[in-house]
Design a protein around this ligand. Structure first.
Ligand code: SF4
Ligand code: SF4
Length: 82
């Protein structure tokens, strides 16, 4: 999963772009729910939130390192939940 750092300026660019609705407003800045973030696997070649963020405050969450297969399994699981 990816993670938004505290330097986020709440520009609102990333939230509507997330195909998994993993991004929402937190207490101070936007947050990514790691259980919903597939790093865009299943939808796009690259994480779309990273592409639209005007500053570099979205990183790979060091506490949620997942390989491609794991992210794809998460994608399949989430799609089947809908
Ligand atoms: Fe959403 Fe993709 Fe960003 Fe994860 S990487 S929060 S799935 S836009
Ligand atoms: Fe924050 Fe970047 Fe999202 Fe804007 S695009 S709300 S700066 S994480």
């Amino acid at each position: 999963a990816l993670k938004i750092l505290e330097g986020c300026i709440n520009c609102d660019m990333c939230e509507p772009e997330c195909p998994n609705k993993a991004i929402s407003m937190g207490e101070k800045v936007y947050e990514i729910n790691p259980d919903l973030c597939t790093e865009c696997v299943g939808f796009y070649d690259n994480p779309t939130c990273l592409s639209v963020c005007p500053i570099d405050v979205i990183i790979k969450d060091p506490d949620r390192v997942e390989d491609h297969d794991t992210l794809y399994e998460k994608f399949v699981h989430l799609v089947n939940e809908d």
